[in-house]
Design a protein. Structure first.
Length: 186
């Protein structure tokens, strides 16, 4: 894997479109890392519903879900076949709370799921994934031991968010599955 940024030492020549790089980020170098798998998106409502069914935790709904009556017609089976009858039955019995009222959960299966930290940790452990908070927690524990905790702003990853649902481009959740397994935004 190649790490670092090809950059000059002359920071005065930077334009607003350039990224600032510290000295230790300059001159790219190769490192080898163990094999890993990265999911190109946050967990979706379908991912979390599957976890609840498989772990027999159907009674542990996120606060954004409800068992109330939906305000929209029944499922069009051809539009989103789940493949697992247990998950399908579970999803069909629920709604998600939106600014427009309750919406049948099956219409929002590719939306990001909104959970508490503890709910997310349970899913991550079940899925064999890594929490996005793990690195921060490990660094904080290390700094606490050293007694060197300080406020810092880190911009480790630069991502173009132009086509993403940020900055109130949509006043509702939008799918997180539209790019499939592609890590880059369109």
């Amino acid at each position: 894997m190649l790490i670092g940024i090809e950059d000059t030492d002359d920071d005065s020549a930077l334009s607003p479109d350039d990224f600032f790089a510290w000295n230790n980020e300059r001159n790219p170098y190769e490192v080898s890392v163990k094999r890993f798998e990265a999911q190109a998106r946050p967990m979706s409502i379908l991912d979390y519903a599957t976890y609840l069914v498989k772990m027999s935790r159907k009674h542990c709904l996120p606060v954004t879900w409800s068992t109330g009556p939906p305000g929209v017609p029944d499922r069009n089976i051809a539009s989103n076949p789940l493949g697992d009858p247990d998950v399908e039955e579970f999803v069909d019995s629920l709604t998600v709370k939106t600014a427009y009222g309750l919406l049948p959960l099956h219409l929002a299966l590719d939306w990001p799921v909104y959970t508490s930290y503890n709910e997310a940790v349970g899913y991550v452990e079940w899925a064999g994934a890594r929490s996005i908070h793990r690195q921060v927690e490990e660094e904080k524990a290390e700094k606490t031991q050293k007694g060197t905790i300080s406020k810092s702003i880190r911009d480790d990853i630069y991502t173009d968010l132009t086509a993403c649902n940020v900055g109130f481009q949509n006043l509702h959740p939008s799918p997180v599955t539209q790019n499939g397994n592609v890590l880059d935004t369109p």
